[in-house]
Write a protein that binds this ligand. Structure first.
Ligand code: ADP
Ligand code: MG
Length: 392
């Protein structure tokens, strides 16, 4: 789960990480009041969306008057921001942060994540702040400084100094960096983060380090088991994939992908195998939905509706291995869903396992235009073939 910049900064402030003064607003009038309250002569109007690259996309604007603060807010609110990190539809702007405009002397990148290879929290720093770290990593990997934290010893002051020296900071700045890194580390552990990024971490004209931007990703498992009540409250479904949110409401595991074949499967392993076989036969999955082990007819119906709701889906493959789940119940769910929403694309169904004969019979007798498959390979070939014929 991702947080908005203003939420991440709020968390930062709990860990002694300095942030600019800022106020979140949801109207031009609130923006005007916020600018007046903050005072000063320069403000930054920042669209709050779950995506980076806002600056280049026009989502971060410098305002030199209170009137401009209100005007920029009005301009941005209610629109969608498309950045290089979003798809072509962008993300809805429902809130704006008005921030004091700061005098920036240097922009640095500082981030931390879980490195799966070393099984440790790793800090990454780069003097090339403000830029995408992915781009720096690709073109100038030597410019990224990494510090691995031993989980027993925790982050050591010498490691912060190492980072500071490598970033070319002065001793006074390194002291501030140490406080920030130690705050980030505590935050990372206590809040079950998967990723935290400050890009840019700035040095101001008067030598103060501040987190000018903030990105936090929290481990979904921590939310699920209620370890992070404050953060769970910060969820903003408007920033998440609509279909994934709908699926989660029904307890279904659904992932949107880039292709055009919808996959309804039971079990994550079978989902992976199904996608592999579809790709092997020249197709591309548009999504996969895992209906889970102990499901019921209603959930199968919901699942089918969710899969077929995307205009990108040009064909559907249902691949169910009935162990605990019965094939006849899956068939009933599919039939109910198709009757309810109609069938606009070819649907291939492969059933195997418990009550498979009853399931196949139900599909056959339904009179619906469902293409039966003998096995996974047959099913994949049939759905890929059908999609190719449709789009030919
Ligand atoms: P994004 O990473 O989404 O583009 P940032 O919050 O990093 O958004 O802002 C982009 C750029 O805008 C920063 O690199 C910085 O140069 C400038 N900026 C952002 N906030 C402020 C601020 N409070 N004062 C001055 N400049 C700012
Ligand atoms: Mg940024």
């Amino acid at each position: 789960m991702n947080l908005h910049e203003f939420q991440a900064k709020h968390i930062f402030s709990q860990y002694g990480i300095p942030i600019p003064r800022g106020i979140v607003v949801r109207s031009a009038a609130e923006a005007k009041a916020a600018a007046e309250k903050l005072g000063g002569s320069v403000w930054v109007v920042k669209a709050q969306v779950h995506a980076g690259g806002r600056g280049k996309a026009g989502g971060v604007k410098i305002a030199k008057s209170v009137a401009d603060v209100a005007a920029f807010t009005d301009e941005l609110l209610g629109t969608r921001l498309v950045t290089h990190q979003t798809d072509e539809h962008g993300m809805p702007i429902n809130s704006i942060m008005i921030e004091e405009g700061l005098d920036i002397a240097r922009e640095i990148y500082l981030g931390a994540l879980v490195d799966r290879a070393s099984k440790r929290i790793v800090f990454m720093g780069s003097a090339a702040g403000g830029m995408d770290i992915e781009e720096v990593a690709a073109t100038e990997p030597e410019k990224i400084i990494t510090v691995r934290v031993n989980p027993v010893a925790g982050l050591q002051p010498y490691q912060c100094r190492q980072m500071g020296f490598a970033l070319g900071l002065t001793p006074a700045q390194i002291k501030q960096l140490t406080v920030i890194m130690q705050g980030l580390y505590r935050c990372f552990e206590e809040r079950d983060l998967g990723l935290v990024e400050i890009n840019p971490l700035i040095v101001t004209g008067d030598d103060t380090l501040l987190a000018l931007d903030a990105k936090i990703n929290v481990d979904d498992n921590a939310i699920e088991v209620n370890r992070q009540a404050e953060i769970a409250e910060m969820r903003d479904p408007s920033q998440e994939d609509e279909t994934e949110v709908a699926a989660a409401e029904h307890g279904l595991n659904y992932i949107t992908l880039d292709g055009n074949i919808g996959c309804m499967v039971n079990g994550a392993g079978l989902a992976m195998a199904t996608m592999d076989v579809i790709k092997l036969h020249g197709g591309e999955p548009a999504n996969f939905l895992d209906v889970g082990g102990g499901t019921n007819k209603e959930r199968v119906t919901e699942a089918f509706k969710i899969i077929s709701s995307s205009p990108d889906v040009k064909g559907i493959l249902v691949n169910i291995f009935g162990g605990i789940v019965r094939c006849d119940m899956i068939a009933e769910g599919v039939i109910a869903a198709v009757k309810e929403v109609g069938i606009k694309v070819p649907v291939v169904v492969r059933l195997e396992g418990t009550n498979v004969e009853q399931g196949k019979q139900l599909l056959e007798q339904s009179g619906l235009d469902i293409i039966p498959a003998e096995n996974l390979t047959d099913g994949a070939k049939k759905v890929v073939g059908a999609v190719q014929r449709e789009s030919a």
